[in-house]
Design a protein around this ligand. Sequence first.
Ligand code: FO1
Length: 327
Amino acid sequence: MQITALAGGVGGARFLRGLLAHLRSSGDPARREAQVTVISNTADDITLHGLRISPDLDSVMYTLGGGIDEDRGWGRSSETSGVADELAAYGAQPSWFTLGDKDIATHLVRTRLLGEGATLSEATARLCERWRPGVRLLPMTDDRVETHVDLAEADGSTRRVHFQEWWVRLHAAVPALRIEPVGAATARPAPGVLEALREADVVVLPPSNPVVSIGTILQVPGIREALVRTSAPVVGVSPVIAGAPVRGMADACLAAIGVPTTAAAVAGLYDDFLDGWLVAEEDEPPVRSGLEVRRRPLLMSSPAATADLAGAALDLALELDRKDPAA
Ligand code: FO1
């Protein structure tokens, strides 16, 4: 069984860890031997202190590879900040994005490889040789795409900042007038991405940010079309529980595109390709013919709960597949 997932950072990585746990402990050999391909958002990427940083790729790689800082969901476990302290002593800017000593090694290896002409896919494959995440981890594109955000200034002008500045320094507390993945329109899907969507038996959308993570992946030309056309059932998990994002600030992102923070509204963003949607019991299910909705607890409160959630998403996908083999 070929499972393909579109994922952002923290929430997506946690869900994928649960999916792998569910698969590897399944009594069904088709699930136990399933191969998982992850298509990751890369528009959160940023160059700081001369290093190219890919937060969503790293969150998936570290989380599935056993090296993640469990509380933060990003960066390395048991981290130290010797280099960051030295950078601060030099007044090296920006200081609002914390780079841990171990994490810096990842950015050094990636930056060197890219500088030697490797693609982001090649650099990611090289880093995964160490972490062995148990999935094929693909960037959505090897081209440069960066999410930039337009902010309203007090004097009525607008200022454009990198997504990370809005997200980390401003905590998305300043309303975003516009969120734009710069470069997406001319980006090409990375090698293997379209095939992974076309040849999947199941496509899963973890509870990642629907605007700046999954929404951005969908803006790479060809990817949304591949999701519409794939014969695989596409099942997603609502990132909204009881009308609020579980982690992160998806509500600030949804507000920026004029979409309410509801499970139904998020499903609407995937309307042209979504076949199944898992919704929390506290939320109203979207009503759309052809969309199969299941209501269940969605909180990834423990590894077991996360594995059960991933199993429920897979169950729904396979149920849909059986119902409509022509799909
Ligand atoms: N998030 C923060 O809130 N503060 C940080 O200082 C920070 C540093 C950081 C370093 C490496 C990395 O891979 C991620 C980091 N993040 C930090 C998280 C990052 O902003 C998010 O993981 C994604 O970009 C949003 O999904």
